[in-house]
Design a protein around this ligand. Structure first.
Ligand code: SF4
Length: 392
């Protein structure tokens, strides 16, 4: 274990001096949110804060939440409800809501949870220590004015690994999304696509390696749209001595190419795993979702991938109960899953996200009971496929 890691573990697990302020952070969302939380921890550790694993011990409790799925939002709200009592017992304890959920609900969060002190959007996170300082003089701070993350200010900060002993280091290579799928809030909350320079990314990877990280995950809302050539970036990261494994997420079928599949095959450090969301097996629904590909185009991609890299492991995202989804549409989704036989599938029941095109233009007309049933059918199917794969 590197000296850095030993220091990091000490920093996180050893008893802290009394005067040291303590932060508790909990993340509700995707790997981007996990990364953001790590950057926040890194920033606060640098400023002399200690990380604790129990809100009871904390001077500030931070919830970093995603707004893409309703489920993640609901978890933030219910955890805030539970925090109310602790706040009554410890009135000096500060509470902050971070991430897309803060960006989306802004000051409206205070209507329901007036005890929240800080509301900070994802592009403002790099200034978090300053906002906390402001709370010495103010009851509440709202920091949602920035629309786009400032890479220079943010990404080269070395992220603290929460548990302190993981060997996985995250590097954000791009942020935002231009796709505007009709159900998704990401382009509204994280802005348009912006890519970092290759040189800057490679420096950060080397910095992670110097600090003991051997597994590098390249992150972005759609890494295949990385403007400076994603395959070239993979080749460059693959050359770095000390990197043992490279993962990347997430991918969009529209921008995924055979060139990427060949790179996955030929670059020894790149994981033979691809997360490729298909969302629906029905062309009619894919069009309503504005996904930009057809069922057949998706299947062609998978066929090509399996030809080039037969041992590939595949996962996907699926939405059931999208507006107007009929039984026939649903069966097409089920058939696609049966045909591809994913190793893992994240299955979601559609819920309208405020501000999206689907929410504005399409009636959420599939009854909840139907969504639940379709969801369960796909869960059972995926379980069966996985069991069969394991047996083999
Ligand atoms: S590709 Fe579509 S679903 Fe993915 S982040 Fe962009 S808009 Fe959202």
């Amino acid at each position: 274990m590197s000296l850095y890691l030993e220091e990091r573990i000490k920093c996180i697990t050893e008893p802290k001096q009394k005067a040291q302020p303590k932060v508790y952070i909990r993340t509700f969302g995707c790997q981007m949110n996990e990364y953001d939380s790590e950057v926040v921890i890194g920033k606060l550790l640098q400023k002399g804060w200690a990380l604790v694993h129990n809100p009871e011990e904390a001077d500030i409790v931070l919830f970093n939440g995603c707004s893409v799925r309703e489920h993640a939002e609901q978890r933030v709200w219910s955890n805030l409800e539970s925090l109310k009592k602790l706040k009554q017992r410890k009135p000096k304890m500060l509470v902050g809501i971070l991430g897309c959920i803060a960006q989306k609900h802004k000051e409206r969060i205070w209507e329901r949870f007036p005890f929240v002190n800080l509301v900070c959007g994802p592009a403002n996170l790099s200034h978090l220590p300053e906002y906390i300082k402001e709370l010495n003089e103010k009851e509440q701070v709202l920091a949602v004015d920035k629309q786009e993350r400032d890479f220079k200010d943010f990404c080269l900060t070395f992220p603290a690994q929460k548990e302190g002993f993981k060997s996985k280091g995250y590097v954000v290579i791009m942020s935002g999304c231009n796709n505007f799928c009709s159900y998704c809030v990401v382009p509204y909350l994280r802005g348009r696509e912006r890519s970092r320079e290759i040189k800057e990314i490679l420096e950060e990877v080397k910095e992670l390696v110097r600090n003991g990280y051997t597994h590098i995950t390249l992150l972005g809302q759609n890494v295949n749209s990385y403007k400076n050539n994603f395959v070239k970036l993979l080749e460059e990261v693959n050359k770095i001595e000390g990197v043992e494994k490279i993962s990347f997420t997430t991918n969009h079928p529209k921008a995924t190419s055979e060139e990427l599949f060949r790179a996955m095959r030929d670059l020894p450090k790149v994981e033979k795993y691809l997360h490729l969301p298909f969302q629906s097996g029905s062309d009619r629904i894919l069009k309503l979702m504005r996904r930009g590909y057809t069922r057949q185009e998706y299947l062609n991609l998978i066929r090509k991938l399996k030809e080039i890299l037969p041992e590939v492991r595949l996962s996907t995202d699926v939405i059931v109960g999208f507006p107007t989804e009929t039984e026939e549409d649903f069966l097409k989704t089920k058939q696609l899953m049966e045909e591809v036989r994913f190793d893992n599938a994240y299955i979601f029941k559609y819920s309208p996200r405020p501000g999206t095109e689907a929410e504005r233009k399409l009636k959420d007309d599939v009854p909840l009971e139907v969504k639940k049933r379709r969801n369960q059918i796909l869960l059972d199917l995926q379980k069966r496929i996985w069991r069969e794969k394991c047996r083999r």
